[in-house]
Design a protein around this ligand. Structure first.
Ligand code: NAP
Length: 336
């Protein structure tokens, strides 16, 4: 690691910490955000039962939107509880729960078919579900892709493309992809942009780094939002990638190395799920960014160091590779 690289890391760390503390103490409110009215609008959220996803869905239901929670089909009990909590707290009757396993492209297809049929117009799609596995073992999904890339990016890529016609008839509409500032530490390259070589049996697990895979999938989120924005420019569908800020002490419970330091740091800069959801709400609802598309945001503003890392050429390469990976599930043939 060069001195320059170390200095850059320290700078990112300090910058993030200061921004997070500022946001925690004085960050945006509904008024600052100049929010669109979402009463009667249809919003799809992948994973409405995680800390951030549930809080976000609660806020949207509370504002009068119809909210569809795409919940992990392996954990529908948790999804059902989240749906009931949201309906109880917001007094909304327009919160729907639909099974979704982003790891399985046929499940994504089934989810999209069902939602698209039931809701011909979709105003906002929020790609929020994720995995961030703290294991050194290489894991692959059913389709054979590296698991972070598959769930965090490819599943969402497929879903967004399948729901695109419904978004296009509901303009102005938005696609928001929850990414992370860890995208700054990714190393995606054009030769293996969806990490196919990673998941190849020839690749040994010792050359696999979990956090790097997560970071790469989060960079893929940003590249995807960027290229989608470019492709849809002028058509009334705008796209955003966004870092929620850190909101989970559990992350540090399993992180190797300087755990005590990390816990102390988290206590100072960590956001509650509700506050992290607020930071995403900017891209979901604010009129201030309605004319922007394809950009990366953090704490309710454009995050330029992140945007500088998003390269148009890489975004195009990722699109082509992702399209090839999920193409079969985009055709009119039955998905299963
Ligand atoms: N938390 C943070 O500090 C932080 C920081 C920066 C960015 N973010 C971003 O914010 C978003 C939300 O984070 P979070 O911490 O609230 O997430 P989380 O608590 O880790 O929850 C992730 C959710 O995704 C679901 N999920 C996992 N695999 C799935 C699959 N195959 N199909 C469908 N759903 C699946 C999980 O369901 P199960 O529980 O049933 O597996 C869980 O409900 C993520 O995109 C994350 O990258 C978070």
């Amino acid at each position: 690691m060069t001195i320059l690289h170390t200095l850059r890391l320290v700078w990112y760390f300090l910058e993030f910490s200061f921004e997070a503390i500022w946001y925690k103490l004085w960050g945006g409110s509904s008024e600052d955000r100049d929010e669109e009215d979402v009463r009667g609008k249809v919003i799809v959220v992948t994973d409405g039962n995680s800390r951030i996803g549930k809080s976000l869905s609660m806020k949207l239901a509370d504002r009068g939107a119809t909210v569809i929670l795409g919940c992990n089909s392996r954990n529908m009990t948790k999804g059902k509880e989240a749906q009931e909590d949201i309906m109880y707290e917001t007094k909304s009757r327009k919160v729907f729960l639909v099974q979704l396993d982003l790891e399985s492209f046929s499940s994504v297809r089934q989810f999209a078919d069902q939602v698209a049929k039931q809701f011909p117009q979709i105003h906002i799609l929020i790609n929020n579900a994720e995995i961030c596995n703290q294991t050194l073992d290489l894991e692959t999904c059913q389709q054979g892709y590296e698991k972070h890339m598959c769930i965090n990016h490819l599943g969402h890529f497929l879903l967004t493309n399948l729901l695109l016609p419904n978004l296009q008839v509901a303009t102005p509409s938005r696609v928001v992809v929850t990414s992370s500032s860890t995208m700054l530490f990714s190393n995606l390259n054009a030769d293996d942009i969806i990490l196919q070589k990673y998941s190849s049996p020839l690749k040994t697990s010792t050359s696999y780094a979990t956090n790097l895979s997560y970071n790469n999938s989060k960079m893929a989120n940003c590249l995807f939002a960027n290229d989608l924005g470019r492709r849809l420019r002028g058509q009334g569908v705008t796209t955003y990638s966004v870092c929620s800020g850190i909101c989970d002490a559990q992350v540090f419970a399993t992180t190797r190395g300087a755990i005590m330091m990390a816990k102390l740091w988290w206590t100072i800069i960590g956001l509650s799920p509700a506050r992290a959801a607020d930071s995403i709400l900017y891209c979901v609802l604010s009129r201030r960014c309605e004319d922007e598309t394809g950009k990366f945001y953090r704490f309710e503003k454009l995050y330029q160091p992140g945007n500088r890392k998003i390269k148009t050429e890489a975004a195009r390469t990722l699109w082509i590779a992702s399209d090839k990976a999920v193409k079969y599930y985009m055709t009119d043939e039955p998905a299963v």
